[in-house]
Ligand binder design. Structure first.
Ligand code: TYD
Length: 763
């Protein structure tokens, strides 16, 4: 079987190689034993921390109801919950941001505090706090809430101290850089993987803690049937399990050895809050959608946080207790984790921006219904749906943000996003219960129709309802398919399913894409000269119109007199031109091993006839795939340019497509960007606003890693190796000759010496 028959199947929607390599980097970290140990401690301690927070929420509720603080009843309970989250946020900000500087210098190598003992100490402190926590209600019934809030505050501070110690210790455990002595500092990729691992662990700790709480509550209920104490202290067992988790973390850390090396500065939870600016202009992203997408992603996260914060109240409203609470938290946060992981597979053919709006709307509707429906089972399903949709929105939002940002600025933008998300999550967690307290319990209607809901239910409805206009604004302001009915797009996306495509086995196929006036022809020429100079055969070609038939098709397509040509006919004519082009020019050249550079290829059709006109991009791609038997370029360079700027570059009278209105060209541009974002390994997006030489340099950099070696290059390498070998041989021979000469002289000297001695003796 030849390589052509055995293609690597790549589809534009498959998980990208880049994401895959990041994933591998994260896994690789866990193969370093001390890091794995530290990570286990973080996971166990993280679950303990989340569980402790859930338990303390339950205890605060119980204390508030018993002592009637904040005014008795529903309002008092809701205030107590808000106070718990408030205390936690206060300590996180205080210890994580305000005291970060002094803490860091204390834990630095050679500082006053040993990092391992700091972690063990803060674990021990939390262990003690959680053993005592359920007892406050018995000991000081009228001050129990106060004591629980203090517990929350201290435990939150302990968590931050732990994190500071861990963040300053972890990078020192990273594997050494591959080049010996290159740098003592860890590689940026490793640090990035470390951050990802840490973020993921913290996030998964919450649903895991909900599962533990659920199990502990069920066991506690069983014990409660026999033991009076456990039926009163429903959350006690959860508290003890959390204490147990901290002791497990201690025993893991006890055997951990930390090298005493200088490490990077730990990060504050507020890091990244300042806008990532470039010069003085605020960064709006490639198409200006960046601020809105950041805002929506954070709003959805905040909504889920608010829902989670009121879920304890809602659980009691539904007639449940700690178990229902644990289930609601599990559905919301576990659903989100699932949504983040599987988002790329959700309706892959739908425009990502439309999917973001859709996921936001689904989150809103699900939260609204969760507040409305007074049934536990339905409520749990709705909470799961809300969590899942929010997870999808988070992932897609992030993908769009990456697509909007230059590669060099992506890390900073992500950090900025995460900081805003943290702020909104904190805000949601406090505002949710406060709102529930402000609304209180209400009973509407009478007779057969009774609408009896707590403040939590109204809060859920309100948050859900607020997300709907947010979704509408995203759709209105960032839509890259304006003018195409959403319903039709959705139907197409649901049908889905793309046949496989593959690059050629020999030669190298490079496509240049971009809107009119992006400067493709200049780049094609410059790159062709450069590649030719390496000794390759280069075939420069274009679409439409590279073949005799193609030339006639081109004149039909671009003639202003063809105005009114139907969209489908236009798509098929471009596909016909392409079929002829691939068959008679591109494939034969690739089979000879040539480097083919095409000015435009399939993506132009997907962007112009798909995204630009109101045809489904997937259908257009399918037609082209059929026309080319699935031949895709090894690399597609997208020269991205603002259509307005490009228009100013036109020198000749505009052809039929160039005369299309501005919105058309905007849609074409996002069409190209969407394709590129789906497969970063096979695309290179370059800002075409730069000087032509700068653009060529960027492309050459990428090509240097991808192009096969030419005959001339292989010969040159051979030649160099031969020369080096010859040189080495010559050196060796010289050395041998020198040695022989030395030995000869030495022998002569010895002989002379012997002779002299003999003469002496004779005398
Ligand atoms: P191009 O040859 O780049 O035009 P010019 O030589 O005037 O710069 O492309 C001609 C036009 O055809 C351009 O506006 C884009 C359009 N086009 C499509 O709409 N679909 C396609 O599949 C291709 C290849 C081009």
């Amino acid at each position: 079987m030849t390589r052509a028959e055995q293609p690597t199947v790549v589809s534009p929607t498959s998980d990208t190689l880049a994401a895959d390599s990041r994933e591998r980097a994260v896994r690789a970290l866990l193969r370093v034993p001390p890091l794995k140990r530290l990570w286990s401690a973080q996971l166990v301690g993280g679950i303990g921390d989340a569980l402790a927070l859930l338990v303390l929420v339950l205890l605060s509720l119980q204390a508030a109801v018993l002592e009637g603080s904040f005014g008795a009843g529903y309002r008092g309970a809701a205030f107590a919950v808000a106070a718990v989250f408030g205390a936690r946020i206060l300590s996180t900000v205080l210890f994580g941001a305000v005291l970060l500087g002094p803490l860091t210098s204390l834990t630095a190598p050679g500082g006053k505090l040993d990092r391992r003992w700091l972690m063990i100490g803060t674990d021990g402190l939390r262990l003690a706090l959680l053993i005592i926590a359920p007892l406050w209600i018995d000991w000081v019934p009228d001050k129990a809430l106060m004591m629980i809030l203090i517990t929350v505050f201290v435990a939150g501070g302990a968590e931050r101290l732990w994190a500071v110690a861990k963040e300053s210790a972890a990078p020192a455990l990273l594997p050494a850089p591959p080049i010996e002595g290159a740098a003592v500092r860890p590689l940026p990729d490793h640090l990035d993987a470390l951050r990802r691992l840490s973020l993921r662990t913290n996030f998964l700790a919450v649903p895991a803690a909900a599962v533990v709480l659920l199990i502990a509550t069920l066991i506690g209920n069983l014990l409660g049937t026999g033991l009076e104490w456990f039926s009163f202290h429903q959350a006690a067992l959860g508290s003890y399990v959390a204490a147990g988790l901290f002791s497990a973390s201690i025993s893991i850390l006890y055997f951990l050895e930390l090298p005493d090396t200088q490490t990077p500065r730990p990060r504050s939870p507020l890091e990244g809050l300042r806008r990532p600016t470039h010069g003085n202009t605020p960064d709006k992203g490639r198409t200006g959608a960046l601020p809105l997408v950041v805002a929506v992603s954070a709003a959805v996260a905040g909504a889920i946080a608010a829902a989670a914060a009121v879920s304890v109240l809602h659980a009691y409203d539904l007639g449940g207790g700690p178990a229902t609470f644990a289930l609601l938290i599990l559905a919301l946060t576990g659903g989100s984790a699932l949504g983040i992981r599987t988002a790329q597979k959700v309706l892959p053919a739908l425009s990502r921006r439309r999917l973001l709006a859709l996921a936001t709307a689904v989150t809103g509707v699900a939260l609204l219904a969760l507040g409305l429906v007074p049934d536990t089972a339905t409520g749990l399903a709705l909470a799961l749906l809300a969590g899942y949709a929010a997870g999808v929105a988070a992932n897609i939002g992030h993908a769009i943000i990456d697509q909007e940002t230059e590669a060099s600025r992506q890390a900073r933008t992500t950090e900025h996003l995460q900081a805003i998300v943290r702020v909104l999550v904190a805000l949601g967690a406090v505002a949710g219960p406060l709102l529930a307290a402000a609304i209180g319990q209400h009973r509407l209607g009478g007779g057969d129709f009774v609408f009896d809901h707590g403040g939590a239910a109204y809060t859920l409805m309100l948050i859900g309802a607020l997300l709907l206009p947010v979704a509408a604004i995203v759709l209105a302001k960032t839509d890259d398919r304006a003018g195409v009915p959403l319903r039709r797009d959705l139907r197409e996306a649901l049908r889905g399913g793309d046949p496989a495509v593959a690059p050629a086995a020999t030669g190298f196929f490079l496509a240049l894409e971009g809107g009119d006036g992006a400067g493709k022809s200049t780049q094609v020429e410059a790159l062709a000269d450069w590649i030719r100079a390496k000794g390759h055969e280069v075939v420069v070609t274009r679409e439409p119109g590279a073949t005799p038939v193609g030339k006639r098709l081109r004149s039909i397509l671009l003639d202003v007199a063809s105005a009114g040509l139907s969209n489908r006919a236009e798509a098929l004519l471009y596909a016909a031109d392409r079929a002829e082009h691939v068959d008679s020019v591109v494939r034969p050249a690739l089979e000879r091993g040539a480097i083919v550079i095409s000015d435009r290829y399939i993506d132009s059709s997907v962007a112009y006839q798909g995204a630009g006109r109101d045809l489904a991009p997937t259908e257009i791609a399918r037609i082209s795939r059929w026309a080319t038997s699935g031949l895709v370029p090894h690399l597609t360079v997208l020269l991205d340019v603002d259509p307005q700027t490009a228009r100013e570059r036109f020198t000749e009278a505009p052809d039929r497509l160039e005369s299309e209105p501005a919105e058309f060209h905007e849609r074409v541009r996002s069409g190209f960007l969407t394709l590129a974002a789906a497969d970063p390994t096979r695309y290179l997006v370059v800002d075409a606003g730069q000087e032509p030489e700068a653009i060529t340099t960027v492309v050459r950099h990428r090509l240097d890693r991808l192009l096969p070696l030419s005959e001339a290059e292989i010969q040159a390498i051979e030649e160099a190796r031969r020369k080096a070998e010859e040189e080495a041989r010559r050196k060796a021979e010289e050395e041998a000759a020198r040695k022989a000469e030395e030995e000869r002289l030495e022998k002569e000297r010895q002989e002379q010496l012997a002779r002299l001695r003999a003469e002496e003796e004779e005398r």
